[in-house]
Design a protein around this ligand. Structure first.
Ligand code: DAH
Length: 567
C-alpha cells in the first residue's frame, strides 16, 4: 500500500528517531523508553485548560456492523433526475453509458455524469461491487475478521461502505489535504467527474464514522472497504485493493466547568489503565526502532496536552503491535514462512510520518522478504476533524492499513492478483475462521516483452479514456509528476498512464511492468524509455499468439493515446 502520507520523505530528512535495540526473542512484553523530544511547556495542563469533560460509559453493541454509505451525493433525488440519468439507471451496473453526446456512469446503482475530469478506464468499473471482504471463505474476509477480532474485546463498531464513489470533499478536503497534494492528481486518482472520485482510502469515511460515533455514543470503530488508485503494476499493487481503518476516542463527559480539571486527570488515568490491558506479544515480534511519541517535527497539536498525546501514541502503537503480532503468530501456526517459522523473529520499526489528518503521525514497517515494507499509517486524530463531527470533547487515535498486504503475509499468497481469482483451485483453499497456508496450484510460464519509445516533449493527452470518448479535451493533469521513477519532469508524461493502458488491455494477465532502460539522446536531448511487460496468467498457459496480440494492442494504444514514438 502506498500511503497517502510522506513517511519516506520525512524519514530521509530527519534523524529524530529513538532506537530501542532488542535481542531476538526477547521477553514478550515490549517496554518503551520514552524519547528525548523537547518539552513543549506551552501545552502544559495548567496553562492550557482542557475543554473536555469526563467520559460517560458508552453503550456499544458488540456485534454491530453498520454500513456508512450515505445518500447519493450528485444529481439530486430521483424525481429530479434528468431524462439521460433516468435511462442511465436502466443500464448495466458499474459501467459507462453514452448517448447523444452525453456520458454517465452507473456505479453501485447510482448515476454520475462524466465530465472533462473523468479518467475512469474500462478495466476499473467491472471490479466494483465484488465485496470480497464480505465473502466468508475469501482470504480478505478472513483477514478482515481477524483484524476485527483483535479489537473486538474493546467493543469496536465495525463499518463497511459499499459505494466507492465519494466526493472530493470527503476524500480530500474534509481531511485537510492541501490543494496541491499529489494524491489529488488525475495521474494517481480515478475521477468520476470533477466532484467525485473512486475513494483512494477508507479515511474518506472518517468524518461520517465520527458523526456516527457522536450520535450513537460509541467511541471506537473500524471501517473496511475497497479503495482505488492508479498505480504501478507488480505483485503487490493492483488498482483496487482493500483498506481497513480504526479509531478510538476518549471523551470527558462532565458538563460542570469546575470539574474539568479533575475530569481531565481522570481521562488520563483511563488511558493509562487501558494501556495495561493490551495483550502481551507472543515473543516473535521484535521492535527494532520506535519513533518518539512526538517531536517538533511531528508535533503535539495546539489544543492538545503533551502528556495525553504521549499516552495516546503509546496506546495506539501497542495496539497495532498486538495486531501485527497476532497476524504473524497465526501465519507461523499455519506454516507460512517455512518450518520453525514460530521461532524466527519478525522485525518491525516505527517511523515518523506526515498525514494531513493526524499529528503526530507514524508508519509501521516490517522487515519482510529482505526489505522494509510499510504496513500501515496512523496518528493522533486532527482535532478539527473531531470538532466537525460534534466530538469537541474527545481526543483520539486512528490507523489505516492495506488488507491485502496483511493477507499475503498471513496466508503466504505471493501475488495480489490472486485475490480477484474466481478459480476454484484458489478459492477452495480457504475456509471461514481458518488461517491456512496457500498452496500454489501451478506456476504457469511467464512471457515478457519490451516496448521502447521516445516520450513527447509536449503534454500528452492525459489519461484514459472516457473524457476523450465523450468529446471533451482530456487536459493533462497539470501536476509536476514523474516522467520515470528516477527523474522528475513536468506534465508531458506520467508512468501511471502507461500502467493504465497496459492494464486496460491485459487485465490480470499482466504480472508486472518495469522500467528497464532510460536514455537521453546526447544531441537532441530527447528521452527514450524502455518498459518490460511481464505477461503471465495465474490460471493457465498463455499462447504465443495471445501474448503477441496483447502486446501489439498495448504498443498501438501507447502510440495513439500518449503520442509516444516507438523505437
Ligand atoms: N488513509 C491513509 C492512507 O491511505 C492511512 C491512514 C493514516 C489512515 C493515518 C488513518 C490515519 O486513519 O490516522 O495512506
Amino acid at each position: 500500500m502506498r500511503l497517502l502520507g510522506t513517511g519516506a520523505f520525512v524519514r530521509a530528512a530527519r534523524s529524530a528517531r529513538l532506537t530501542v535495540l532488542r535481542p531476538a526473542l526477547s521477553a514478550p512484553s515490549v517496554t518503551l523508553t520514552l524519547g528525548t523530544s523537547r518539552q513543549q511547556s506551552s501545552h502544559a495542563v495548567a496553562s492550557n485548560p482542557v475543554r473536555s469533560t469526563f467520559p460517560q460509559q458508552s453503550n456499544l453493541d458488540d456485534a454491530e456492523k453498520s454500513d456508512i454509505d450515505e445518500p447519493r451525493a450528485a444529481g439530486g433525488t430521483s424525481d429530479r433526475l434528468s431524462d439521460f440519468e433516468r435511462r442511465l439507471l436502466n443500464q448495466e451496473n458499474n459501467s459507462v453509458w453514452r448517448d447523444a453526446g452525453l456520458a454517465g456512469a452507473k456505479i453501485s446503482g447510482k448515476t454520475y455524469m462524466l465530465d472533462a475530469t473523468s479518467n475512469l478506464s474500462p478495466s476499473i468499473l467491472p471490479l466494483v461491487g465484488r465485496r470480497l471482504y464480505n465473502i466468508p471463505n475469501h482470504p480478505l474476509c478472513i483477514t478482515r475478521k481477524l483484524i476485527e477480532s483483535v479489537f473486538s474485546r474493546w467493543n469496536f463498531v465495525n463499518h463497511t461502505a459499499e459505494n466507492p464513489v465519494v466526493t472530493t470533499q470527503k476524500n480530500f478536503d474534509s481531511l485537510g489535504f492541501p490543494a496541491d497534494h499529489p494524491g489529488r492528481s488525475r495521474t494517481d486518482t480515478y475521477y468520476v467527474n470533477s466532484d467525485h472520485v473512486l475513494r483512494t482510502h477508507t479515511s474518506a469515511h472518517q468524518v461520517a464514522a465520527f458523526e456516527h460515533m457522536q450520535k450513537t455514543n460509541s467511541r471506537k470503530y473500524t471501517i473496511c472497504a475497497d479503495v482505488y488508485r492508479r498505480d504501478s503494476i507488480d505483485k503487490s499493487h493492483f488498482p483496487v485493493f482493500h483498506q481497513m481503518e480504526g479509531a478510538w476516542c476518549w471523551t470527558v463527559g462532565d458538563k460542570n466547568p469546575r470539574k474539568r480539571f479533575e475530569m481531565f486527570h481522570k481521562r488520563k488515568d483511563m488511558i493509562k489503565n487501558s494501556l495495561k490491558e493490551i495483550p502481551g506479544l507472543g515473543g516473535r515480534l521484535v521492535r527494532v526502532e520506535d519513533a518518539v511519541h512526538h517531536h517538533k517535527s511531528n508535533p503535539v497539536q495546539l489544543e492538545h496536552d503533551e502528556e495525553v498525546t504521549s499516552l495516546l501514541s503509546e496506546h495506539l502503537k501497542r495496539h497495532l503491535e498486538a495486531l501485527v503480532d497476532r497476524v504473524f503468530t497465526e501465519a507461523a501456526a499455519a506454516g507460512v514462512g517455512g518450518e520453525n517459522a514460530a521461532d524466527k523473529p519478525i522485525q518491525i520499526r516505527w517511523v515518523e510520518a506526515y498525514f494531513p489528518f493526524t499529528s503526530p503521525s507514524f508508519e509501521l514497517e516490517v522487515f519482510w522478504q529482505g526489505e522494509w515494507m510499510e504496513l500501515l499509517g496512523c496518528g493522533i486524530v486532527s482535532q478539527p476533524i473531531l470538532n466537525k463531527s460534534g466530538l469537541h470533547k474527545a481526543v483520539g487515535w486512528a490507523w489505516g492499513l492495506g488488507v491485502e498486504r496483511l493477507a499475503m503475509m498471513l496466508f503466504g499468497i505471493p501475488d495480489i492478483r490472486l485475490f480477484w481469482s474466481e478459480d476454484e483451485r484458489f478459492l477452495s483453499q480457504f475456509q471461514e475462521g481458518k488461517i491456512t497456508k496457500y498452496v500454489p496450484f501451478s506456476k504457469f510460464p511467464a512471457c515478457y516483452k519490451d516496448v521502447a519509445f521516445w516520450i513527447p516533449s509536449s503534454p500528452s493527452a492525459a489519461s484514459p479514456l472516457e473524457a476523450r470518448d465523450v468529446g471533451v479535451a482530456a487536459a493533462a493533469g497539470g501536476d509536476a509528476t514523474k516522467a520515470s521513477p528516477t527523474e522528475t519532469q513536468p506534465a508531458a508524461f506520467h508512468e501511471n498512464d502507461i500502467m493504465e493502458i497496459v492494464r486496460d488491455i491485459g487485465g490480470t494477465l499482466i504480472e508486472d511492468v518495469r522500467l528497464v532502460d532510460e536514455f537521453v539522446h546526447p544531441k537532441t536531448g530527447r528521452k527514450s524509455l524502455c518498459y518490460r511487460i511481464n505477461y503471465r496468467s495465474l490460471e493457465r498457459t498463455l499462447t504465443n499468439e495471445e501474448v503477441n496480440d496483447l502486446h501489439r494492442q498495448v504498443t498501438e494504444k501507447l502510440t495513439s493515446d500518449l503520442h509516444v514514438e516507438l523505437r
